[in-house]
Design a protein around this ligand. Structure first.
Ligand SMILES: Nc1ncnc2c1ncn2[C@@H]1O[C@H](COP(=O)(O)OP(=O)(O)O)[C@@H](O)[C@H]1O
Ligand SMILES: [Mg+2]
Length: 337
């Protein structure tokens, strides 16, 4: 028996006491864990979602996407799967394609759409084409970096993009492998760091302003932007530590942006969600500069749903209840078949 089954059975017993199976209760498998760099975050997201659905009377099994998963799903045919996976095991689309191949209804985007979002260079180029503001960048493979010579490559980049830079892996999450480069001699180390997470690195202009995340939710009436959540890390950088340690970041939900700037960012978020062909739920991240321009950073198809995550804060700020939102999402996915 895996840990996930133990947790699930304990919780199922607890939920049976707390909430007798409601009419229309569904068999739900929540996926959490995986072998990505964001495994722990995913486990926390999955537990939150599973608890909320169980409290609503659903029969929930919390599973790790391990070697037993596909046979288990083929045998049990749950009504719906809720993937609370972050990083490569969920967001690169592979598992989503397999779930579709198995015919299991799944909350969230298709594999193809997830891949468009997972690749930062692809996502940024697609949203730039429809008019969103995206920081200037250079995308570079590790192979080219070596082949063409680090020194001359970095010289060209320095000339092309003025000011501070941000170096990040082309895919990933939770700010892992991301470096803010505010002194030229830090650039080589930042490149090496990004290449430990991905064979492709993005070097882009650092944008200064207000960092916000906009959760886009579609429970049947088309994608709607929830209130922007503003992120103010204590030490100025929204790093991995700043994300998952209580007190290291102050969140404002809704943000302190003017109504006009917030509306522009909301519109940009919905446009990004539509342009990438996303479904159900996404979180679009921006930095809004002094002029009010929302600079698109990236979009997450399986946003964090932990107790310190941005999407649940946005749901709360919208006046909705996270448990009801998750309930609506699983019912919608199950109905989609
Ligand atoms: N162009 C940029 N300008 C300023 N800060 C940035 C830029 N790109 C990323 N950051 C900072 O780095 C963090 C992580 O970058 P992001 O692209 O969102 O990657 P991740 O998928 O790891 O969250 C962001 O939350 C933001 O604080
Ligand atoms: Mg991000």
């Amino acid at each position: 028996m895996t840990d996930s089954e133990t947790v699930s059975e304990d919780r199922a017993a607890a939920s049976a006491d707390a909430a007798p199976a409601a009419a229309g209760a569904l068999d739900v498998v929540v996926l959490a864990g995986g072998i990505s760099h964001e495994r722990d975050v995913s486990l926390r997201s999955g537990r939150r979602v599973a608890d909320a659905l169980m409290a609503g009377g659903h029969r929930v099994e919390l599973r790790d996407p391990d070697a037993g998963l596909l046979p288990f799903l083929a045998d049990t045919k749950p009504a719906v799967v809720f993937p609370a996976l972050h990083g490569s095991s969920g967001e690169d689309g592979s598992l989503l394609d397999l779930l579709a191949a198995l015919g299991v209804p799944t909350v969230g985007s298709t594999g193809a759409a997830a891949r468009r979002a997972w690749s930062k260079p692809i996502a940024t180029s697609l949203v730039r084409d429809v008019g969103l503001s995206v920081p200037e960048s250079v995308v570079l493979s590790q192979e080219s970096f070596r082949e063409l010579g680090a020194a001359s490559v970095l010289r060209v980049i320095r000339r092309a993009i003025e000011g501070d830079l941000v170096v990040k892996p082309a895919s990933g999450g939770s700010a892992q492998g991301v470096t803010i480069v505010d002194a030229p001699d830090e650039l080589p180390r930042a490149m090496v760091h990004a290449f430990t997470y991905d064979d492709i690195a993005v070097i882009e202009r650092r944008v200064f302003g207000t960092e916000i995340a906009i959760t886009v939710l579609d429970t049947g009436d088309g994608p709607v932007a929830l209130p922007a959540v503003e992120i103010e890390p204590t030490d100025g950088v929204y790093s991995f530590q700043a994300r998952y340690n209580a007190g290291e970041t102050t969140f404002y939900a809704p943000s302190r942006l003017s109504a006009e700037h917030a509306a522009a960012a909301a519109e940009a978020a919905v446009l990004a969600h539509r342009t990438l062909g996303l479904r159900d739920l996404s979180r679009v991240d921006f930095i809004v500069d002094e002029a009010g321009t929302p600079w698109f950073l990236e979009v997450n198809v399986l946003p964090g749903l932990t107790e310190t995550s941005l999407a649940p804060l946005a749901i709360e700020a919208s006046g909705a209840d996270a448990a009801q939102v998750y309930d609506a999402l699983i019912r919608q996915a199950a109905a989609r078949g």
